[in-house]
Design a protein around this ligand. Structure first.
Ligand code: ZN
Length: 169
């Protein structure tokens, strides 16, 4: 297994739309293992393949307290959603920023496992939020796209200032 490099805002690869996985082979299994190792290493609860520069519809997660329930979703689709929940989100690709985002409270998801077998399940709470956050990555969307325009502008200004300082010194 190997740690993968996490791409961060404003890397343009984070804005690409990922393609469906067609082959459930050894390369996919290795990608999933490396993504999980990277996610645990970075202390994240979820990671999407585009965050490690792989433009495939693959996400890994673990929302359990003791970090013992790794999950992998391949080609995930939300088939039903209900309710609204607001919670503070962060992202490994948007370091040092957190903000409140509105998501569906309850979702029903269809996906494939690492062998290509289809399954369907219901999710709520943190898992539902995490799945929606990670699935956004597959379409090139970041959580900062879902906050108010005013806050997004503030985030961008702050980010610009920080990178300018970084370059100068
Ligand atoms: Zn993220």
């Amino acid at each position: 297994m190997a740690l993968l490099e996490i791409r961060t805002y404003p890397d343009p690869i984070l804005r690409e739309v990922s393609v469906e996985v067609m082959q459930f082979d050894q390369a996919l299994a290795a990608l999933l293992d490396n993504m999980l190792e990277t996610m645990y290493h970075e202390d994240g609860i979820g990671l999407a393949a585009p965050q490690v520069a792989v433009l495939q519809r693959v996400i890994v997660m673990d929302v359990s307290h003791d970090r013992s329930k790794p999950m992998a979703l391949i080609n995930p689709v939300i088939v039903e959603q209900e309710g609204e929940v607001v919670s503070e989100e962060g992202c490994l690709s948007v370091p040092e920023y957190r903000d409140k985002v509105t998501r569906s409270d309850f979702i029903q998801v269809q996906a494939c496992d690492r062998t290509g077998k289809k399954f369907e399940f219901e999710a709520d709470d943190l898992l539902a939020i995490c799945i929606q956050h990670e699935m956004d990555h597959l379409d090139g969307t970041l959580f900062i796209d879902r906050i108010s325009r005013l806050k997004r502008d503030m985030f961008k200004r702050r980010h610009k200032k920080r990178s300018r300082v970084g370059k100068d010194v």
